[in-house]
Design a protein around this ligand. Structure first.
Ligand code: ATP
Length: 343
């Protein structure tokens, strides 16, 4: 069953086209990563999903309803963590947690205590006295103790230390195991890679890839690092060949991997490391400006040797239009980017 179903969604702020007809499908129980560089359109899409912003065109179905029209009812079933947190300065962390979690029904006292303990959070201080990471914890704990069906998390771990990131990841996995759906927008690709079943990559308001990470990796080139006794001048059919003394590295399509390794053995290989690309490699490739849909999907370009150029893993080109205008429905309950803010 789809929890989020988006088709042809468009949104512009004045002349800036933030979303140019995106499709998105998130199934129940899935941890879905939503990634893209600054200005790609993630927050705009999330605000439309939350009914905080009116779409220009396309269809959006969230938990079977229309996020703008059925906003009040839907928000009882959604927990949200915005990307920028600014809890009320004069309230204590505990008061804000209670206030936010009560929006979705009576909070479970046991779960509240458990989360405060797991995140090593002191709820007695006024919010103005909290560090960035602790302000983040306020909203995160409020969301995690809510008995929601869908958790929309926009950069939820910015400001958290690595230990707390691990706690967050455990909590998210536990929610998914209970059949809850998590839509996670994050710049921390290692986190997305660890947590997410499926990933959608957005670039300049368009979806450039969506699917399971496993599929994406299987279809992508492997990255090979090897050390040989004899100097290697080049390997046929590989991409981004680089040589540093007797050490070589390159990427290679799955169909050419055997032949490339065979060729390497002619140079008396002493070590070999071959792995599918990390999410970061895939992500950078989509952002490399090649216009190709995958981080080295087989047949997506011609094999070359030499250092990475634009359009190969390791190079980034990024553009984003900026302009003012734009309307939104409400200020967000805690933090979130200010309404109608031109950035
Ligand atoms: P980031 O990762 O930096 O938060 P993002 O992927 O969330 O970026 P959006 O905030 O959705 O991107 O922005 C998409 C585009 O829309 C950008 O070009 C941005 O400048 C523009 N934009 C966003 N909000 C507004 C606004 N209120 N007024 C005018 N332009 C806006």
């Amino acid at each position: 069953m789809s929890v989020i179903e988006v088709k042809g969604l468009t949104k512009s702020y004045g002349k800036t086209r933030a979303l140019c007809g995106i499709d998105l499908s998130v199934k129940q129980g899935e941890i879905h990563g939503f990634i893209g560089m600054n200005g790609a359109g993630k927050t705009t899409a999330i605000r439309i999903l939350l009914g905080l912003l009116r779409k220009d065109g396309g269809e959006v179905n969230l938990l079977g309803g229309d996020p703008f029209r059925d906003c009040v009812e839907l928000h009882k079933r959604i927990a949200y963590v915005p990307s920028e947190i600014n809890p009320w300065a004069n309230l204590t962390g505990g008061e804000v947690i209670d206030l936010l979690s009560r929006l979705r029904g009576k909070p479970d006292a046991k779960r509240r205590a458990e989360m405060i303990d797991r995140f090593q959070f002191d709820p007695r201080k006024k919010c103005r006295g909290y560090s960035k990471g602790n302000r983040q914890k306020v909203v995160l704990i409020a969301a995690l103790i809510s008995d929601a069906e869908l958790y929309i998390l926009d950069e939820p771990t910015s400001g958290l230390d690595p230990l707390m990131e691990t706690v967050f990841q455990d909590c998210v996995r536990e929610l998914a195991a209970q059949g809850k759906t998590i839509f996670l927008s994050s710049h921390i690709l290692a986190e997305v890679e660890k947590l997410c079943d499926r990933v959608t990559i957005i670039k300049e308001g368009q979806i450039v890839e969506t699917g399971s990470l496993r599929e994406m990796k299987q279809l992508s080139r492997s990255i090979v690092h090897a050390e040989c006794v004899k100097p290697v001048k080049g390997i046929n059919g590989v991409y981004g060949f680089q040589c540093d003394g007797n050490k070589v590295s390159f990427s290679v399509d799955p169909s050419s991997l055997n032949a490339a390794i065979k060729e390497l053995t002619e140079y008396e290989m002493v070590s070999l490391h071959c792995a599918p690309p990390e999410l970061e490699d895939l992500f950078l490739h989509y952002y490399s400006g090649s216009g190709e849909s995958a981080g080295g999907k087989p047949g997506s370009d011609k094999p070359k040797s030499g250092a990475p150029k634009s359009g190969e893993p390791g190079s980034i080109e990024h553009r984003s239009g900026e302009s003012g205008g734009g309307e939104s429905r409400n200020g967000e309950s805690v933090g979130g980017k200010p309404r109608g803010e031109a950035r």
